[in-house]
Design a protein around this ligand. Structure first.
Ligand SMILES: NC(=O)C[C@H](N)C(=O)O
Length: 489
């Protein structure tokens, strides 16, 4: 089954009309995974036995016409808890963790009878931009197996790009959906903070984390986002606003006539690869030719975003990760003398280097005497970043630029240099700091590798962002390009 040649609506219709059974589709998905995942290494856990049993039961019952994802196998990032299915966050400390409940997003999909294909690799606790920080395996970019898939939702992006699954759930704290989407030439969307419940997402930076989808098309992404959005009593930061049917608004009449696009000069400035800039500039020209108005603007605090993000997200992480102590959660060290030893050894053995680095940075930033200089300062910068966007959105509908400053780089090339790694987030973290919706869509190739165009919307205006993305997609062919797995570029 080639998922690039179909889409969610088509598969759903075929299932309802019994042109294909859920069992056939599930088997075809695992055939894809088995043919490719030896090379891609996206999956940490396969859910094959359960998936086939669920598919068979659904075939008995029949697929309901009002359940869009019924009988369709989808991938799930492994920091989203799934009842009775191993959930590791790609950490050794959760090596044997089988949650006793489902995340709200999973509950919502289960209510629609989706099929969980399995759990996908990530940087440990979503900390990283290349998926090299997984304690288990390095996932490979589907376009060039010697390159990283981006991160932290690298398993999700690579599995979709490789055509293993139709779509996969990811999470985004500072770019973790958009950067891998860009590197793998797929569509990735981080909703407005509060659009989707965070209940059951293994918390990293609670004021920044959001769940979203990686897909091969804008419409699939929009349709799937509506399914997981909405208020949840378990997450009081989730919004009570109505959830539009994002997908229903994407049709032949969708256009960008008069759309006011702001392009921050900082997003096409120093540090951004020239070839990436060229692809983005060509995309903007294309928007102009479709009737959009493109203006250069400034988001002057962009340059402080990375520093402020790493202080805020690490501070929140240092608190959130306290629960992994070998007692409440986590593999318990065995050779121990006393309680303190349990904590120290379990955490020392269970966490990888990057996670330890962030816990230390966060604990330091929050400690008495340093709080004002670091955490408070970072919070002030956060307010300025939010204001920058508010100013631009007074007379623009969307902001556009690259999702990442470069294309996917070689595995191993940045891993020893955390600061270079962090700088790859320069164009994505401001969006999380401001709580805005943002997405990356395929905009072309540079040196044979995909480049993602980032589209940023006003708070809770995913609709305008999706319409802009859809219009671009429908009038270009970039999203049709498929990686040739194994054939190196
Ligand atoms: N989690 C994310 O959204 C990715 C970001 N690169 C980080 O390491 O924090």
């Amino acid at each position: 089954m080639n998922f690039y040649e179909t889409d969610l609506t088509q598969l759903h219709d075929d299932l309802v009309n019994k042109k294909i059974s859920a069992t056939e589709l599930t088997k075809a998905t695992y055939d894809n995974i088995k043919a490719k995942d030896d090379q891609i290494e996206a999956f940490l856990t396969l859910n094959e036995e359960n998936a086939l049993a669920e598919a068979a039961a659904l075939d008995e019952k029949g697929i309901a016409a009002d359940q869009l994802v019924a009988g369709i196998p989808l991938g799930v990032k492994d920091n989203i808890v799934t009842k009775d299915i191993r959930t590791t966050a790609a950490s050794k400390i959760l090596d044997n963790f089988k949650p006793i409940y489902d995340a709200t997003v999973i509950e919502k999909l289960k209510a629609q009878n989706f099929i969980n294909a399995g759990k996908l690799n990530l940087d440990e606790f979503a900390m990283g931009g290349s998926t090299e920080n997984s304690a288990y395996q390095v996932t490979h970019n589907a376009w060039d197996l010697t390159r990283v898939p981006g991160g932290s939702s690298g398993g999700s992006a690579a599995s979709v790009a490789a055509g293993e699954v139709l779509a996969a759930l990811g999470t985004d704290t500072g770019g973790s959906i958009r950067l891998p989407a860009s590197y793998n030439g797929v569509v990735g969307m981080k909703p407005t903070y509060g659009r989707v419940s965070r209940w059951g997402i293994i918390a990293f930076g609670s004021s920044l984390d959001q769940v979203g989808w990686l897909t091969t098309s804008v419409k699939d992404n929009a349709l799937l986002t509506s399914l997981i959005s909405g208020h949840d009593d378990h997450d009081l930061t989730s919004s009570t606003r109505d959830v539009p049917d994002f997908g229903a608004q994407l049709n032949d009449d969708t256009n960008v006539n008069g759309l006011r696009i702001a392009v921050p000069k900082e997003y096409l400035g120093e540090g951004v690869d020239e070839k990436v800039k060229e692809v983005i500039k060509a995309a903007l020209k294309h928007y102009e030719s479709l009737g959009a108005i493109v203006d250069e603007v400034s988001l002057p605090h962009t340059q402080y975003g990375v520093a402020a993000y790493y202080i805020i997200s690490s501070s929140e992480a240092s608190s959130n990760l306290q629960r992994f102590d070998g007692i409440r959660y986590g593999v318990r060290a065995t050779d121990v003398q006393d309680l303190e030893d349990v904590y120290v050894k379990s955490r020392s053995e269970g966490f990888g280097d990057e996670v330890k680095r962030r816990i230390m940075l966060g604990t330091f930033s929050l400690s008495a005497g340093f709080y004002d200089a670091y955490f408070n300062k970072a919070s002030q910068i956060r307010a300025l970043i939010r204001q920058d966007f508010e100013n631009v959105f007074k007379d623009h509908d969307v902001v556009m630029g690259p999702a990442g400053p470069t294309v996917a780089y070689k595995i191993g090339s940045n891993i020893a240099d955390p600061k270079t790694m962090y700088m790859n987030d320069v164009l994505t973290v401001p969006v999380n700091m401001a709580g805005l919706p943002g997405m990356s869509i395929p905009a072309g190739l540079a040196d044979g590798m995909p480049v993602g165009l980032q589209i940023i919307g006003k708070p809770f205006d995913e609709e305008t962002m999706y319409k802009a993305a859809y219009t671009f997609e429908q009038s270009t062919d970039f999203h049709k390009a498929q990686p040739n797995i194994g054939g190196q570029n």
